[in-house]
Design a protein around this ligand. Structure first.
Ligand code: HEM
Ligand code: CU
Length: 658
């Protein structure tokens, strides 16, 4: 009996590496500390009422961003471990098998559990406020999306201490990811972690598309929408078409592994290339999903901090929609070398290069917006300005990679690694940072500390170039991706040391940011204006942080920059004074619900059961999911009203006239 338990434990828990034991102990300690702290300070009820069951888009947004920052830490630690291993030729820090796991989890965590939730967090925080809405179209579904994402991410991360991590790369190509070559539970964790959070992402796409189409303030026609809202619109369209492909692809891979299907095996009539096509039909649009909102953020920031209207609004909208459309026709550029043939390669090379045109249009629009503007270099603007050269270099090396014949040289080399990190960090991460700094006062009512922010900014930027510029050269020198070590005589040593130094500089930058956030919370100065940057869109017309119901009175819009117009009119004495007593009405609000977190937990249990082939557990989890669906369908709670007097009181106290 004891022997059996021992045997089970040694297979169930990941063992054998001091790093893992260290992680086990620290995870256990942190978990105990959190539980003890919540119990000691009697915070359980508060946590449940205010956060875990909330359907308020502003709180859901904050939870997404918090989760994204924690995941950035995890993905960053993975990155530093890899860069440490590659610093010196023949270094023995990570075993090759371990290195495979680390690049896989790094890629998955960074894209799916860092970039995606960061993006959804900003959607949640900003979009309803920016279009003058009370909440998203489906607040319950919004909460469900968050918890599906969160528990999917936790399921994936569990593989670090239980069962073992996936190791077939961030897109998990067969045959390597098939049962025959990968019998452990790692690949199952991959499938279920992504599947569960992916369903949440699809729901968010639908939710925000409907919100933008149906819930805009009166007068806000499509062509008067703020540019960030436009970028979210374009992104949601891509999500709705791309994510179902991911769901189906992972389901087929799961059938291969679980039920002996042969969709992607080499025998039984299957074909691994089918998987590679399908996964990139989602995967390429996915990279546009994460970059378009960053473009939206830059457009807002560049206009506010140059104190000018955005240059070429209409061309920006068209560029965004064209990118969204063309992004579905470029997927095969990820495998030019895998035998598609010259005609197919030519088609995909040209479609890829076409994307550079609308992207170039946008870059010029941003530059022309800045031209002759009165530019203020606050943190959001600093990140925006840093983005432009980073993205130009990253984008142009992308065009080089799109030259199909030349790609036979670059493919899967460090040239590619340098290219996609340049666009993902220089575009996506810089963009979301700009957004975080810009909307932080709206979320919390105070600004993040400038000085610490600047330290972090410079460490990020210098580290970024020091890390990735040498990698272009390494790629041209023949260093391929996913190698865990190399020999002295390759001559790759010196550039790799430099690259690793750059990675550590970015690590320091992240620490500065963590300190910056903690410091700013402690020494915060409350913003009483609600419009700390002198901005132009609706979210800045209400107090910071926004009250639970957002807008006491639904705003009416008649221009693209409603707040600037209002301020101008007021300055010219053409508006009634702000303190004129408006007439408030009761506001309808949705009720909180515990179903989303319970539903997602059951999904987690089902995923865990499938991962270990414990069918009873999977069935139990799915039964729970079904029960939650029934419970939700039977529930006819219609929400509640905030009485007009309470709205009046809240407004008066927030606007400081009580
Ligand atoms: C913070 C600085 C970062 C560093 C130092 C870094 C470093 C690395 C390294 C060393 C690899 C493995 C290369 C190989 O052996 O093939 C890698 C792969 C990868 N990284 Fe990063 N990374 C960083 C940030 C990011 C971010 C922000 C993203 C996405 C938003 C990202 C996405 C990926 C992906 C998708 C892969 C490919 C994984 C695979 O081969 O399956 N990385 N990164
Ligand atoms: Cu692509």
């Amino acid at each position: 009996m004891l022997e059996n338990i021992k045997q089970f434990a040694s297979e169930f828990f990941v063992t054998g590496d001091p790093l893992i034991y260290g992680a086990d102990v620290s995870i256990a300690l942190v978990t105990i500390a959190i539980f003890a702290g919540l119990t000691y300070f009697k915070k359980w009820k508060w946590l449940w009422r205010n956060w875990l069951t909330t359907v308020d888009h502003k709180k859901i947004g904050i939870m997404y961003i918090l989760a994204a920052i924690i995941m950035m830490f995890r993905g960053g630690v993975d990155a530093l471990m890899m860069r440490t291993q590659l610093a010196i030729p023949n270094f023995e820090f990570l075993h090759p098998e371990h290195y495979n796991q680390v690049f896989t989890t790094h890629g998955v965590v960074m894209i799916l559990f860092m970039a995606m939730p960061f993006m959804f967090g900003l959607f949640n925080v900003v979009v309803p406020l920016q279009i003058g809405a009370r909440d998203v179209a489906f607040p319950f579904l919004n909460s469900l999306s968050f918890w599906l994402f969160f528990l999917g991410a936790m399921l994936f991360n569990l593989s670090f201490v239980i069962g073992g991590s996936p190791d077939a790369g961030w897109l998990s190509y067969p045959p390597l990811s098939e049962l025959q070559f990968n019998p452990g539970p790692g690949q199952n964790f991959y499938i279920w972690g992504i599947q569960i959070s992916g369903i949440g992402s699809l729901a968010t796409g639908i939710n925000f598309l409907v919100t933008i189409i149906k819930m805009r303030a009166p007068g806000m026609t499509m062509m008067k929408m703020p540019m960030f809202t436009w970028s979210v619109f374009a992104t949601c369209v891509i999500i709705i078409f791309a994510f179902p492909i991911l769901t189906v692809t992972l389901a087929l891979l799961f059938l291969d592994r679980f039920a002996g299907g042969h969709f992607f095996t080499l025998d039984g009539g299957g074909n691994p290339m089918m998987y590679i096509n399908l996964i990139w039909m989602w995967g390429h649009p996915e990279v546009y999903i994460v970059i378009l909102p960053a473009f939206g953020i830059f457009s807002e920031v560049v206009s506010v901090f140059s104190r000018k209207k955005l240059f070429g609004y209409t061309s920006m909208v068209f560029a965004m929609m064209i990118i969204a459309f063309v992004s579905f026709f470029t997927w095969a550029h990820h495998f030019f070398t895998m035998g598609s043939g010259a005609d197919v390669n030519a088609f995909f090379a040209i479609s890829t290069m076409l994307i550079a045109i609308p992207t170039g249009v946008k870059i010029f629009n941003w530059l022309f917006t800045m031209y002759r503007g009165r530019i203020r270099f606050d943190l959001p603007m600093l990140w925006t300005v840093a983005f432009i050269p980073a993205f130009i270099v990253g984008g142009m090396t992308g065009v080089l990679l799109a030259v199909a014949p030349a790609d036979f040289q670059y493919h899967n080399s460090y040239f590619l690694i340098a290219h996609f990190h340049q666009v993902l960090i220089g575009g996506v991460v810089f963009g979301y940072f700009a957004g975080m700094y810009y909307w932080w006062p709206k979320m919390f009512g105070f600004k993040l500390n400038e000085t610490l922010g600047r330290w972090s900014f410079w460490f990020w930027n210098i580290g970024f170039y020091v890390c990735f510029m040498p990698q272009y050269l390494l790629g041209l020198m023949g260093m391929t991706r996913r190698v865990s070590t190399f020999d002295w005589d390759t001559g790759w040593g010196p550039l790799n040391v430099v690259s690793t130094v750059g990675a550590y500089l970015m690590g320091i930058a992240f620490i500065f940011q963590a300190i910056q956030i903690a410091y700013s919370f402690k020494y915060r100065e409350k913003d009483t204006t609600g419009d700390i940057w002198d901005a132009h869109t609706l979210e800045w017309t209400i107090p910071s942080p926004a009250p639970e119901y957002n807008f006491a009175i639904t705003p009416v819009v008649d221009s693209r920059d409603p707040l600037w117009v209002e301020k101008q009119r007021r300055a010219a004495g053409k508006l009634p004074k702000k303190d004129a007593k408006p007439k408030y009405e009761p506001i309808h609000m949705p009720s909180n619900s515990g179903i989303p977190i319970v539903f997602s937990t059951f999904f987690f249990i089902a995923g865990f059961g499938f991962t270990f082939h414990w069918v009873w557990m999977a069935v139990l989890g799915l039964a729970g999911v079904l029960a939650c669906l029934v419970a939700r369908s039977m529930n006819d709670d219609e929400g509640f009203y905030i009485p007009a007097e309470e709205v009046e009181k809240t407004e008066a106290s927030l606007r400081g006239t009580l």
